[in-house]
Design a protein around this ligand. Structure first.
Ligand SMILES: [Zn+2]
Length: 331
């Protein structure tokens, strides 16, 4: 067995959480989002009947608590918040916000259980964006999460330069969704383009493009070359492996597997609670290995073990602990 190159912890940098009260201060799911296909699946899988109980009946919360309690392969996870949509005066636009998870919720989670690391989200268009960014830094944010397609802003907007500079100075990485968004309602598709991260990169921010830079089954070939070129060109650009164990992105996983020169630019992430499906790799792994993986108790572990079995090197799984802003508050 190959020895790990480092003893750094394995961190899953991409886990979504939902507050117990998903129709209150700490979280919000709109009716449109509630009826979106990904949420329909989630509702069916967990038999959630009423919108206001999506988090409150404890199913999602207890599933996540169990997934984390059962972790043996993964040491820690980044719990992601999601800020809302803001109008051009910088005020929260409740009408256009369909899914929201408060920063305070992820800070609270990480306070009660140190296996959760806080990944807050600040829409840079909000009037108090810099103040909120500073507050999150003080509270120990390990990264900042954006989903520009759903949050409705353009990451290339020149007015974001001071925000990027503050992030670069604090060495806070940006985990930014790239590619089409399926799980959440989308405001502007074009804001998810990988090329839209150039301004952040030029301002010195460490950027982690979610889902390997965003290609999926519909635009595989062209996007893979764009992603590969950008990853090799920008020393401060990385890509996470989240949603790679989903049907629409498993092809992308295979492309990355065949390009070892890109492995130093990959960071492990799962995208739990989206389902983790070992059966997608029937052609790549022995049948009994697939059976073993599908019996792994924690989906967070399952995602990590699938990728390890497929042959991603150890460094991919431990890179999170190098890049995240860990323990900056303590001397
Ligand atoms: Zn995600």
């Amino acid at each position: 067995m190959r020895k790990p190159t480092t003893t750094r912890p394995i961190i899953d940098i991409h886990v979504h959480v939902l507050p117990p009260d998903a129709c209150g201060e700490q979280g919000y799911v709109s009716t449109k989002q509630w009826n979106w296909p990904s949420f329909l699946l989630l509702r069916m899988r967990h038999r959630i009947k009423r919108q206001e109980t999506i988090g409150g009946n404890g199913i999602i919360r207890s599933q996540l608590a169990r997934a984390v309690a059962d972790m043996r392969a993964v040491d820690r996870v980044v719990a992601l918040a999601l800020d809302g949509v803001y109008d051009n005066m910088g005020r929260k636009d409740s009408r256009r916000t369909h899914f929201y998870v408060a920063n305070d919720y992820v800070f609270e989670l990480s306070k009660t259980d140190d296996r959760f690391l806080p990944g807050p989200s600040v829409n840079p268009m909000r009037r108090d964006a810099l103040e909120e960014l500073d507050r999150c830094l003080d509270l120990g944010a390990v990264l900042l999460k954006w989903l520009p397609n759903s949050q409705g802003f353009d990451p290339m907007d020149p007015s974001l330069v001071p925000f990027y500079r503050r992030m670069a100075q604090a060495r806070l990485p940006l985990l930014c969704h790239t590619g089409p968004e399926y799980a959440l309602t989308t405001a502007e598709r074009k804001f998810g383009r990988l090329e839209g991260l150039r301004l952040a990169l030029d301002e010195g921010v460490t950027v982690i493009a979610a889902h390997g830079g965003g290609a999926d089954i519909l635009n595989l070939g062209r996007t893979f070359h764009t992603v590969a070129d950008m990853l090799l060109k920008h020393t401060n650009l990385y890509a996470d492996t989240s949603a790679f164990t989903q049907p629409n992105r498993s092809w992308f996983l295979r492309r990355f597997l065949r390009h070892p020169e890109l492995h130093p630019k990959l960071i492990h992430g799962s995208d739990v609670p989206l389902p983790i499906i070992p059966w997608l790799f029937l052609r790549s792994l022995p049948f009994r290995e697939i059976v073993r993986l599908s019996r792994v108790a924690s989906p967070i572990d399952r995602d990590c073990l699938i990728k390890q079995s497929l042959g991603f090197p150890d460094g991919v799984f431990r890179r999170g602990s190098e890049l995240l802003r860990m323990d900056r508050a303590s001397p």
